[in-house]
Design a protein around this ligand. Structure first.
Ligand code: DGL
Length: 270
């Protein structure tokens, strides 16, 4: 029986894995963080696509019939090409899913003003993937995206709860709400940002809903498996999680403690 693969450029996808495991603890999972080449947020379309395809193939090689791109940047820049171009050729019986579509699907039932803000990496914002996906489903919603290039480094360097983080968080929130004061819902479109949630809430008016993705991705995956029993039947249910990184396992284990409350064993991805 096979595991569900969860891929991220680094640690951020652990917030997605956490949400999925919370809802579906019985499945087996393999998490892979490409920490050696993170961050992806500032890289070109071609590079993110190449790295993501490599990662997906590694997870396929470990027997995963289903891979979730837990990374928004990879979902924005590589998912469509992998689904349409690579899967039919490489592994027609396997599936790769992303995090942007499931997030876009729920935003229409959350916003009342129909004005939504997206905070994400530069790559995700430039791709306009959120705007495109939201407009496919809810053409009436006004979407404003803003890149937050300092936020991932704040989390990666353990500064996310320190006073220095306040400046960068306040400045981005104020800029976003200044460009569209009617925004009543903000999507945190990057896997690292849930770690900044307390400070983000501090600088947002209480009337603004802040959407973190883990729970929505989990519900969407559960729904997908209910609609695809042939895929569900291929998935192992031992409740196990294996962690892999392209960097140092020791470093991953230490830094992952920011994202997870449990101690984990980490392996090097060859
Ligand atoms: N995991 C990435 C995302 O969700 C952020 C980190 C990076 O830039 O690699 O967009």
């Amino acid at each position: 029986m096979s595991a569900i693969g969860v891929f991220d450029s680094g640690y951020g996808g652990l917030t997605i894995l956490d949400g999925i495991r919370h809802l579906m603890p019985e499945y087996d999972y393999i998490y892979y963080g490409d920490n050696a080449r993170a961050p992806y947020g500032t890289r070109s379309f071609d590079v993110v696509y190449e790295y993501t395809l490599e990662a997906v193939q590694k997870l396929f090689g470990m027997g995963c019939p289903l891979v979730i791109l837990g990374c928004n940047t990879a979902s924005a820049k590589a998912l469509r090409t992998i689904q349409q171009h690579d899967l039919p050729r490489l592994a027609p019986d396997r599936r790769v899913l992303g995090v942007i579509r499931p997030t876009a699907e729920v935003v229409g039932s959350i916003t009342h003003s129909r004005h939504v803000g997206i905070l994400a990496t530069e790559g995700t914002i430039r791709s306009e993937s959120y705007t495109l996906e939201i407009h496919k489903l809810f053409p009436d919603i006004v979407v404003t995206g803003l890149a937050c290039p300092m936020w991932v480094p704040l989390v990666e360097n353990g500064e996310y709860d320190k006073p220095a983080a306040d400046y960068f968080i306040r400045e981005r929130i104020e800029t976003l709400l200044h460009s569209d004061p009617l925004i009543d819902t903000i999507i945190l479109g990057c896997t690292h940002y849930p770690l900044l949630i307390n400070k983000i809430r501090k600088y947002c008016p209480p009337t603004v809903e802040i959407m973190t993705q883990g729970g929505y991705i989990a519900s969407s995956l559960k729904d997908y498996l209910a609609r695809h029993p042939e895929m569900d039947a291929r998935l192992g249910r031992g409740g196990t999680v294996q962690y892999f990184t392209s960097e140092s396992p020791e470093r991953f284990r230490e830094n992952a403690s920011i994202f997870l409350s449990t101690n984990i064993k980490v392996n090097k991805m060859e």
